[in-house]
Design a protein around this ligand. Structure first.
Ligand code: ADP
Length: 172
């Protein structure tokens, strides 16, 4: 039975196989959830990101990469780069959907069964929150309908507004 849950909380405290980081393309940490994840994980996470940068030179918008998780209680961190919202005419919606799909592809490839997502792009990157919620839920919903190893997807909302929006998006 595959489940999709919406909760309010701090993603760094989630005991799941993988948490997803709303990273930037440098993979070198930043503000918001990215900063919180790197602070909680410690220097091993930055070192793991450095190795990816050395190998492939960062991560493009919409793509995702996977690392170990340093001091976090999850096994992996999947770093995905959400789109910066400009005016909606620059492929922002497709790129946001790609973040969810590519993160889930990596999860499946690594045998991950439980995964927690933050509300990608809805902070510093300025994506309109309601639309981001609809895209996030629709992408994950259609993904988990396919035959995959994923058992549970948790949307971890930091603020009450996103909690309300993701909760109502999940009801359809
Ligand atoms: P982006 O650059 O993709 O917009 P942000 O980190 O600025 O990334 O914001 C993405 C979302 O993550 C926002 O909704 C923000 O409130 C939320 N967020 C910030 N810190 C945390 C945290 N510790 N756990 C979960 N979500 C968080």
């Amino acid at each position: 039975m595959r489940q999709i849950e919406v909760i309010q909380g701090d993603i760094t405290r989630m005991s799941v196989d993988a948490i997803v980081n709303a990273a930037n393309s440098s993979l070198m940490g930043g503000g918001g959830v990215d900063g919180a994840i790197h602070r909680a994980a410690g220097p091993k996470l930055l070192e793991a990101c450095r190795q990816i940068v050395a190998r492939q030179g960062g991560c493009k918008t919409g793509d995702a990469v996977i690392t170990t998780a340093g001091n976090l209680s999850c096994k992996y961190v999947i770093h995905t780069v959400g789109p910066v919202w400009r005016d909606g005419n620059n492929g922002e919606r497709e790129k946001l959907a790609a973040c969810y799909n590519n993160s889930l592809d990596l999860a499946v490839a690594n045998g991950i069964r439980t995964i927690a997502f933050p509300n990608i792009s809805t902070g510093i990157y300025g994506f309109p929150k309601e639309e981001a919620a609809m895209i996030a839920i629709a992408s994950v919903h259609s993904y988990v309908k396919k035959e995959t190893t994923i058992e549970k997807v948790i949307f971890v909302c930091f603020d009450a507004e996103n909690l309300r929006l993701y909760s109502s998006a999940i009801k359809g």
